[in-house]
Design a protein around this ligand. Structure first.
Ligand SMILES: [Zn+2]
Length: 263
């Protein structure tokens, strides 16, 4: 009788340990930005996918980026990957598709606040700035809202030899949507991240009806809620061998190019 009870306790304990181990393995640590490649490598035309989406998802359930051959804008929201291609439509890519550049986080809001007055992108940036004085940390930003207008862009898929991003941006399609509800997904990064990521705010958008989205250029936000996950850890996943990343010149200051490409 006692032996059976001991056995039961042993197996229960073992299954608990296994469950904890599995959960720890699939859950990325909190408050940690995980990034594939660097923004300067992307600016220089390093568009070859480096890691598959199924791997990227082990690093987080929330984030932004692009796809192999620069095939559109990525939005990762609640563990689902969306791809806004140059035709303006939203696709659900296979998890075997790779990414050359992405930043993701296991999103858990540290604080939130409502937006009760109409604002554009600049105004929203100011509201976020006023909400937290520490300029030297990373912030994952999730803003659900109703927008009077939303202006986004996407990027057209590229072939080798890859042109630099500034050349691609000249041909980028721009979309304007009206009366749309959805979520802004992105990051605010500190100035010292220059060359690695985008200092300041970088936001992508996806509508609730999954009909519109892209890299955010501007908007008129009527009302919404800002959720902020403060991140004090930054982890990089760099391509190991070969490919364009190994040859790209990362010694040059590309901040002017970045400004043109992002805004
Ligand atoms: Zn973007």
């Amino acid at each position: 009788m006692r032996r059976t009870l001991m056995k039961k306790i042993f197996w229960l304990g073992l299954s608990l340990v296994i469950t904890c181990l599995i959960t720890a393995c699939i859950r990325a640590p909190l408050n940690t930005i995980n990034q594939v490649s660097t923004i300067d490598a992307l600016l220089a035309g390093s568009y070859e996918g480096q890691i598959p989406l199924e791997k990227l998802l082990t690093y987080g359930n929330f984030g932004i980026g692009t796809f192999d051959n620069l095939d559109g804008e990525m939005i990762l929201l609640e563990g689902q990957v969306f791809q806004v291609k140059a035709d303006g439509k939203i696709y659900r890519p296979s998890l075997k598709v790779t990414t050359p550049f992405a930043s993701v986080v296991q999103f858990k809001a540290d604080y939130s606040f409502p937006i009760t007055k109409e604002t554009d992108l600049k105004g929203l940036e100011k509201m976020i700035e006023d909400s937290n004085p520490n300029k030297n940390l990373f912030y994952a930003l999730k803003i659900k809202g109703t927008f009077q207008t939303m202006k986004t862009r996407s990027v057209p898929v590229q072939k080798k030899p890859y042109p630099p991003l500034s050349a691609v941006a000249k041909t980028q399609p721009v979309f304007t949507f009206e009366a749309v509800s959805g979520t802004l997904v992105g990051f605010r990064s500190p100035v010292f991240v220059k060359g690695i990521n985008v200092p300041g705010d970088h936001l992508h958008f996806i509508s609730n009806d999954l009909q519109s989205g892209g890299h955010v250029l501007d908007f008129r936000l009527l009302k919404g809620t800002v959720e902020i996950d403060v991140c004090n850890q930054f982890f990089m996943i760099l391509p190991e061998e070969g490919g364009s990343f190994s040859q790209v010149d990362l010694g040059r200051d590309r901040s002017k190019e970045l400004e043109k490409v992002e805004r």
